[in-house]
Every structure is written in structure tokens, then in C-alpha cells.
Ligand binder design. Structure first.
Ligand code: GTP
Ligand code: MG
Length: 458
């Protein structure tokens, strides 16, 4: 192991809590902590043991009673010597301990520095390191599972292996270059083609999973649109269980975009209430409607809500055409069934010739069925097969596509019988992308930009 200066940071969330954990990692982490720890001699303790004792100020007064857990290199998160100090969760105590550590020559850690060291010491690859940040940030069942799959190796193990096979081929192709005119082939072209095809077979589902991955990470942007007074704000409030938006019988009540989060079956929806669509009566409403149209363009899913009691057959026909032409995935939701007779309901269904979800937002009728329909809509999206590897990270997506494009060029080159130097060039580009993806090729800038997004202490 290379020399590594000892670093320390609060590993738990800042603020007051029952306990706080301070992590110290690096050369002499154990010996340094031991200098102001009274209890057993920590330097003599085996790895993965916890010891009760007190931490002392320089004048030997007690800072706190603590539990010090010793991890010895390489059996720790960073693969360095680590002490985790569990103290009482007071900001004052934490500050005192950190000051004491600094006085003993420990540096305060930068954001993500523990994980960066873990990565540099080979604890995991870059995709896994990034999954640590995602795991901490995960706040839904789906985002948690996606991060956990990646942390446990996910797609990167497979790609590292395929990259190695590709490297072997590139070496052979480049050997051919040395023979210049002599027209030799060390790299078996059919095998090379098979390898490239199998790499692309691994890449494609990952690239395609990005849309779903984005949904997992950022939520499904679900916009409720419809005519004024359809009951959009009433529906938003009912789904959120909160009087978030103003409801009134005055058409044009909602003039701005109102947004909140909703979890259904572990999926995060960003539910967006908008200004009703009609020809605006004033300037503010016009701006509101413009925003509605923008939200609709950005939406992943549209809830088209209509007042089933009021709408005429003609209006319904026009509305259907508009929703279908928007090209967005949508759910047709007929509101105010409490004020509706069966004949009208049948008529509207016949005209639409597709499923309509009938609800009463005001009386909260059939809302469970609507929730289920929303969740089904996202789940049937094939890529959200939760549990399989899902790409949630833009950086990963860019490198996966970069690799795929380079391999497509190389394959086309093979078919056209290009010279080995052309082939080698495309293969090198593919290797570069794969290497940067998994972190086998890194630059300081790349690492800084990735790890600086972590929180301190991680
Ligand atoms: N009978 C009945 N009335 C409803 C129902 N849902 C909403 N309303 C009423 O319809 C009127 C309009 O409701 P809102 O939720 O403000 O409608 P909106 O679509 O947000 O309207 P704008 O913001 O003006 O576009 C209010 O008087 C609601 O009480 C329902 O299920 N049944
Ligand atoms: Mg409204």
C-alpha cells in the first residue's frame, strides 16, 4: 500500500443525534487515535473489534465516552487502517474530537475522499464507487435497488471481462501493423466479429435502460392536463392527501404550475398540476397555459382529465385527437362520475374505444385503481425490470453509447475489409470508453468531478 496521509470526517449526518460516528483512515490512524484514547491500547487490538474508552483533551480532561472500532488494512472500506469513533451525537463533541485529531496531524477529509481511496485501492470499480453515492441518495424502493445492483458489481464486472478480451485482440491487430506489407492476419477476423457482437449485445439493454433509469432516479414527470374546472387541482390534492392547490368552481383557478412528489409501489412520481387549457382570458392565464404546454412536452406521462358530466360528444372527439397527437404516453381519466349517468359514460367509452379510468376526485372514488394504473404504466415499460442492471448515470450512458458507436464502426470496417490500422483505431476508441466507464482508465479531473459530488465523510 502506498503512503496515505491520515484523514478524518464525521460519517453520520451533521446535527444532533443519539450517536455520531467519526471516521479516521490512513497511515497511523490507529496509533494517532490511541494517543488520546484511554482504555485498551488500540494499537494492539485485532481488526474488526470495538473498544469502550474515553477521549481526552490535551490537559487530560474527558471529551466524551466513546466506542472505537478498529479495522486493519486491507480489511476496511478504504483498505487502509481505519478507526471509527462512535461518540455522543453532539456537534460540540464532534468538533472537539475532530480538532483533537487535526492537532495530532490528521487532515479533514474532502467530500467523497474515503470512497475515492477505496476505489484507488481497488476495493471496487468506478461504477460501483458511484453507486455508493446513489445508494446514500436513494429514497425509493426502485432507486435503492438500482443502486444496490450496481454496488454489487452490476454490469461493470461483465464489461471489464469483455474489455480484456478486446484488448487481447487489439494487441494482435496492432502486431499485424508491424508486418506492414506482408498481409498477415494474427487476429482471427471471425472471432473478433463475434466478440464485438457479443459486447454490443451486453451494451444495448444497458443503453436502453437509461430512460427507465432516469425515471427511477428523478421520478416520473406526470402532468395532469385538461380543460378549466375539470377537477385537476382536486385530483392532485386527493392523490397527495393534502390541500396543496386551490380548488374553486371558477374556471381558470390554477394559473401556475404546482408540483409535488408521490410514491406508488416504490416508484416516485412527480405529479404536476397545471393551468386549464383554453383560449386565455388574460395575460397571466396565457403565461400559465404556455407553461402547461411546456410541462406537457417535458412530461413522461400525461393524465388527461375531463369533466365527464359536462363534456359533449364533439368536444370529447376533439380532445381525444389532441391527446393522441401529443405523442406522449397518456391515461384518459373521466372525472365527476358522481354527477354522471350510465348512458353518458357508455357513449364516451364508445367514442374513445380505449380504456377510460372513471373517478370522482371530489369524493375520492376509484383513486386506488388510478394509482394502480399509474404504477402499471411505468412497470410495463420493459426496461424497468427492477432487479436487472439499470443505468441511471449520464456518464455511464455516454460511455456505453460511445463504445457501441465505435464497435459499430469497427464492424462496418471489418465488412468493408479496411486495413488493420483503421480497425485498430476504432477498437482503441471503444477500449477508451469502456476503460473510462469502469475506471480502469482515469484522470485526476474525472475523479475529482465524480467524488466531489459525494458528501463529506463518505
Ligand atoms: N361533482 C364533482 N365535482 C368536482 C369533482 N372534482 C372536482 N369538482 C369540482 O369542480 C370544480 C373545479 O375543480 P378544480 O379542481 O379547481 O378544477 P381544475 O381543473 O383545477 O380547474 P382550473 O384550475 O380552473 O383549470 C370545483 O368546484 C370542484 O369542487 C368531482 O369528482 N365531482
Ligand atoms: Mg386547478
Amino acid at each position: 500500500m502506498l503512503h496515505s496521509e491520515p484523514i478524518a470526517a464525521l460519517a453520520t449526518a451533521p446535527g444532533i443525534g443519539a450517536i455520531a460516528v467519526i471516521r479516521v483512515s490512513g497511515d497511523d490512524a490507529i496509533a494517532i487515535t490511541n494517543r488520546f484514547f484511554r482504555g485498551k491500547d488500540l494499537t494492539q487490538q485485532p481488526s474488526h473489534t470495538a473498544h469502550f474508552g474515553t477521549l481526552r483533551n490535551s490537559d487530560d480532561t474527558i471529551i466524551d465516552e466513546v466506542l472505537a472500532t478498529v479495522f486493519r488494512a486491507p480489511r476496511s472500506f478504504t483498505k487502509e487502517d481505519v478507526v471509527e469513533i462512535s461518540c455522543h451525537g453532539s456537534e460540540f463533541i464532534v468538533r472537539q474530537i475532530l480538532q483533537r485529531l487535526v492537532a495530532e496531524g490528521v487532515r479533514l477529509a474532502r467530500p467523497g475522499e474515503f470512497t475515492q481511496r477505496a476505489f484507488l485501492n481497488g476495493q471496487f470499480d468506478l461504477v460501483q464507487a458511484e453507486a455508493v453515492a446513489d445508494l446514500i441518495a436513494s429514497d425509493s424502493d426502485a432507486s435503492h435497488r438500482a443502486a444496490l445492483t450496481q454496488l454489487r458489481g452490476g454490469f461493470s464486472k461483465q464489461l471489464i471481462d469483455l474489455r480484456q478480451q478486446l484488448i487481447d485482440f487489439v494487441a494482435l491487430v496492432e502486431l499485424e501493423l508491424d508486418f506492414g506489407e506482408e498481409d498477415v492476419e494474427f487476429a482471427h477476423r471471425d472471432q473478433l466479429r463475434q466478440l464485438m457482437l457479443s459486447i454490443r449485445r451486453v451494451l444495448h439493454p444497458l443503453i436502453e435502460s437509461f430512460a427507465a433509469g432516469n425515471v427511477i432516479k428523478n421520478g416520473v414527470a406526470t402532468v395532469i392536463v385538461g380543460k378549466p374546472n375539470a377537477g385537476k387541482s382536486t385530483l392532485l390534492n386527493a392523490l397527495l392527501n393534502e390541500e396543496k392547490a386551490i380548488v374553486s368552481d371558477i374556471p381558470g383557478t390554477t394559473r401556475d404550475v404546482i408540483e409535488d412528489e408521490l410514491f406508488i409501489d416504490g416508484i416516485r412520481f412527480r405529479l404536476i398540476d397545471t393551468a386549464g387549457l383554453r383560449s386565455a382570458t388574460d395575460k397571466i392565464e396565457a403565461i400559465g397555459i404556455e407553461r402547461t404546454q411546456q410541462k406537457m412536452r417535458d412530461a413522461a406521462l400525461v393524465i388527461y382529465l375531463f369533466d365527464a358530466a359536462l363534456i359533449s360528444a364533439d368536444e370529447w372527439q376533439t380532445a381525444l385527437t389532441e391527446v393522441r397527437e401529443s405523442g406522449k404516453p397518456y391515461l384518459l381519466v373521466g372525472n365527476k362520475v358522481d354527477a354522471l349517468d350510465d348512458a353518458k359514460q357508455r357513449q364516451l367509452t364508445t367514442i374513445a374505444d380505449e380504456e377510460i379510468h372513471w373517478i370522482s376526485a371530489a369524493q375520492q372514488t376509484n383513486l386506488d385503481a388510478l394509482r394502480a394504473a399509474l404504477s402499471d404504466r411505468v412497470r410495463t415499460d420493459a426496461a424497468v425490470q427492477i432487479g436487472s442492471a439499470v443505468v441511471t448515470n449520464v456518464r455511464h450512458h455516454d460511455h456505453l453509447t460511445g463504445t457501441d458507436n465505435a464497435l459499430a464502426r469497427a464492424l462496418a470496417g471489418l465488412d468493408a475489409g479496411v486495413t488493420p490500422d483503421w480497425l485498430a483505431m476504432d477498437l482503441r476508441v471503444a477500449l477508451q470508453h469502456l476503460g473510462e466507464l469502469t475506471g480502469q482508465i482515469t484522470t485526476d479531473d474525472l475523479l475529482d468531478s465524480i467524488f466531489s459530488k459525494f458528501c463529506i465523510g463518505k
